[in-house]
Design a protein around this ligand. Structure first.
Ligand SMILES: Nc1ncnc2c1ncn2[C@@H]1O[C@H](COP(=O)(O)OP(=O)(O)OP(=O)(O)O)[C@@H](O)[C@H]1O
Ligand SMILES: [Mg+2]
Length: 300
């Protein structure tokens, strides 16, 4: 069996993720279902805080596979992504052997003992029965060369280390790539992957997420928050609030013992939901009472 979890339909994915605190809509669940069934990498794009990274975490919790996370950044290279040799330990070994009056054979230094395994190698050469979940997070931050390199790896899930030989995955890891779209991921890489754009959740889903992720927040407050967030998102802000901010906001309000979302409650907690001064100004200009009213009207 490829995956230890039984999936026969998209509904199984919805249920499996929900059991691990991730509420996926049908579009996302379908993409995940296909990625698992066809064993193809899944590229998830979407604005900040919509739940891209969490998909991989929830998949790991659900399948029981180890989560191997490769956080991309400008300048990341193979030594951070695949493997490198532990020079200081090799040196120590060399000295110790020489002190013992023996000659060092080169092979000895380039053995698995001195190999530092990074996420991609670990994802390909995994031990254990369950394929790991490989999360290549924020791939848009890496540069072109690294993307090309990644493309090669995602094509055949094999890595050659000159001194040791070729490692290849018995079963490809369940692979999730995320991008905030600070730049476009190249078509060649996209072609390797299934693709899904995660949009902000609608009111119902966001409320359901709040119930799961912030269970201590009173129901009525959670409803008002979910509603107000959808109003804020329609305001053409520089950085519309993501789900993470919705959760923070609801928890902040609850921590301040506010059980209603009124003007003063918004006023004192605006910094948990809007992290740019311009956005805060924009919302204040729009008027806090207007936000309260629109939120109430939306889901009266
Ligand atoms: N559909 C969902 N079901 C449950 N929780 C969710 C969902 N979407 C988002 N969340 C919550 O929102 C938080 C933020 O999600 P996550 O970190 O995955 O966002 P992201 O898209 O990776 O953001 P960034 O682009 O900033 O990295 C998660 O910790 C999770 O608690
Ligand atoms: Mg993320």
């Amino acid at each position: 069996m490829v995956h230890p979890v039984e999936i026969e339909s998209v509904d199984d994915v919805v249920a499996g993720l929900a059991a691990h605190e991730y509420l996926a809509d049908e579009g996302l669940a379908t993409a995940v279902f296909l990625a698992m069934t066809l064993r193809r990498p899944l590229l998830l794009e979407g604005e900040a805080g919509v739940g891209k990274t969490e998909v991989a975490k929830a998949l790991a919790r659900w399948t029981g596979g180890e989560l191997l996370r490769l956080q991309c950044y400008e300048g990341i290279d193979a030594s951070q992504a695949v493997y490198e040799w532990d020079y200081s330990r090799q040196l120590l070994h060399l000295r110790a052997v020489e002190a013992g009056g023996r000659e060092v054979v080169e092979d000895e230094l380039y053995s698995e003992r001195f190999l530092v395994r990074r996420p991609l190698l670990r994802a390909i050469d995994y031990r254990g029965d369950v394929p790991p979940v490989l999360l290549v997070d924020e791939v848009d931050r890496a540069d072109d060369e690294f993307e090309a390199f990644l493309l090669e790896i995602l094509s055949d899930f094999a890595i050659t280390i000159p001194e040791l030989g070729t490692f290849s995955a018995r079963v490809p890891p369940l692979t999730v790539l995320t991008s905030n779209r600070t730049r476009d991921v190249h078509d060649a890489l996209k072609r390797r992957c299934l693709y899904h754009w995660i949009a902000h959740p609608d009111f119902e889903r966001e409320l359901a997420i709040l119930r799961v992720r912030a269970p201590k927040v009173p129901e009525q407050l959670a409803e008002q928050v979910a509603s107000a967030v959808s109003v804020l998102r329609a305001l053409d802000l520089y950085k519309p609030p993501g789900v993470a901010e919705t959760i923070d906001w609801a928890e902040a309000l609850a921590a301040l013992n506010r059980d209603l979302l009124d003007e003063s409650a918004i006023d004192v907690t605006l910094g948990t939901i809007l992290k740019y001064r311009e956005d805060q100004e924009r919302v204040r200009e729009h008027g806090l009472p207007a936000i309260v009213q629109a939120a109430a009207a939306r889901h009266a």
